[in-house]
Design a protein around this ligand. Structure first.
Ligand SMILES: Cc1cc2nc3c(=O)[nH]c(=O)nc-3n(C[C@H](O)[C@H](O)[C@H](O)COP(=O)(O)OP(=O)(O)OC[C@H]3O[C@@H](n4cnc5c(N)ncnc54)[C@H](O)[C@@H]3O)c2cc1C
Length: 417
């Protein structure tokens, strides 16, 4: 089949690879000059399936409200956003009910586990060389965080995730650079999870897809779609017809899809990262993070990427991609300084803001869109890197008309209608 993919973020690139590997003739349209130039550019890089869960969860509305005016809040709602996004927030609130949350969580975790497996398989099969580190440590600063984490531990055990609840001394042995002066009650260690550089991986996968014949058209904005037996893509250069079109356009997808009568409640939920070189460049730097960490109190991730450290977090509703909230960035520096003071050359840090393509209930949307010939792989929210390889493989199986590798219930568009 001749297949068009719109968007070359991590989701579009992995989809291009899988479809090309299945023998399809693939054309990727990307408005930017390179792959992974938007939300896939500088995310935290965490791949931890046990922690891939919906943000629409029981207790979340109360937590969000309780934090609205806190200085180091994990969630920030910009003025006016409550009214502008009232429809989305209502659906999110409704999805926080346990009866909705539980199946959504299962759907996401099924996909996340399959995705982690597919990521490892691809990395091994093609000997892909990108920055990655095994190990993920969830830091529980105080008794409150420990108590709040306990129900989650039962779930991890239920899912068969390999983890260990460790005390502060054990945690410091795993991450010797952790500041001894910062209170640490306990930590959850997940040795089979870890971190990887999403953007580097996307570049490697683009090369592999090209090797299989995929054609990447950069600086090419898709202006319109036309569904049908031969769906078409319109760009400034003209119209091209295909046998199928896959929309993997991240936060921009809803605008394109509206034109073909498909309505998706996608909201950009902004987040920030700061990336800085480590001070000692010998790779053995004892003060530096060794792998991935999550500060549960502030919901801030600290990850080691080669000879750099990245701190990422914050969930901002409303506002603009090009406007930085200095308080959110300050929280990232504060968390880094709490745990690894002096490890990074922060004067050389690069700041980044990205927009998570978030659906109100949590799982992404995979599969047919309802408009003839138009397929969807989008809405991966805060876990697009962790879910990308699995989502791409699933979609390739669906387009090929084969049985999916996992149970896909809860991952289709019908749940959002
Ligand atoms: C601060 C932060 C931390 C994060 N940390 C993690 C993490 O630790 N682990 C994890 O798994 N995920 C994480 N994420 C989420 C992850 O980054 C996203 O889910 C993922 O990058 C989404 O990928 P995507 O390909 O769907 O979107 P994008 O990467 O945004 O790609 C979409 C592409 O489509 C292109 N496009 C859009 N419209 C058009 C058009 N009309 N024509 C042509 N091209 C178009 C865009 O230019 C873009 O390149 C984080 C996100 C943020 C913001």
């Amino acid at each position: 089949m001749r297949i068009a993919i719109i968007g070359a973020g991590i989701v579009g690139v992995t989809t291009a690879y899988e479809l090309a590997a299945d023998g399809h003739e693939v054309t990727v349209f990307e408005r930017r000059g390179s792959v992974a130039s938007e939300t896939s550019f500088a995310n935290a890089g965490v791949v931890a399936p046990g922690y891939v869960t919906p943000w629409a969860a029981p207790g979340m509305p109360r937590k969000v409200l309780g934090q609205l005016f806190a200085r180091h809040a994990a969630v920030r709602v910009n003025g006016g956003a409550l009214a502008t996004h009232a429809g989305w927030l209502w659906r999110w609130w409704r999805a926080c009910r346990p009866a909705v949350y539980t199946p959504n969580r299962s759907a996401m975790q099924r996909l996340a586990r399959f995705s982690q497996h597919r990521l490892a398989e691809l990395t091994h099969a093609m000997q892909l060389d990108y920055e990655q580190r095994p190990g993920y440590l969830v830091l529980l600063r105080g008794v409150k965080e420990l108590v709040q984490a306990r129900p989650g531990l039962a779930l991890l055990a239920e899912m068969g995730v390999k983890f260990e609840l460790v005390d502060a001394d054990q945690a410091r042995r795993l991450e010797p650079g952790l500041n001894p002066d910062t209170e640490l009650r306990a930590a959850i260690h997940l040795p089979s999870d870890g971190v990887g550089n999403c953007r580097q991986f996307a570049h490697l996968m683009k090369n592999e897809a090209q090797r299989l014949g995929a054609d990447f058209r950069f600086d090419t904005d898709v202006l319109q779609l036309a569904p049908g037996a031969r769906p078409a893509v319109r760009t400034a250069q003209g119209e091209m017809a295909f046998d199928a079109v896959v929309v993997a356009a991240g936060v921009e997808a809803s605008a394109l899809l509206r034109g073909v009568g498909v309505r998706l409640p996608l909201l950009p939920v902004y987040g920030y990262s700061v990336t800085a070189p480590l001070r000692a460049q010998d790779g053995l730097n004892a003060e530096a993070p060794q792998a991935g960490l999550m500060d549960e109190r502030y919901k801030v991730a600290i990850t080691r990427l080669g000879q750099r450290v990245r701190v990422a977090g914050s969930a901002e509703i409303g506002g603009r991609l090009d406007r930085f909230n200095e308080a959110a960035v300050a929280t990232l520096y504060r968390v880094l300084d709490d745990w690894f003071p002096g490890a990074a050359a922060v004067a050389q840090a690069q700041r980044w803001k990205g927009a998570r393509p978030m659906l109100p209930d949590g799982p992404p949307v995979l599969g047919a869109s309802g408009a003839t010939g138009v397929w969807l792989n989008l809405g991966h929210g805060s876990s697009g890197w962790a879910l990308s390889c699995g989502s791409a493989r699933v979609l390739a199986e669906q387009i090929g008309g084969r049985a999916p590798p996992i149970d896909l219930s809860g991952l289709g568009i019908e749940r959002l209608r």
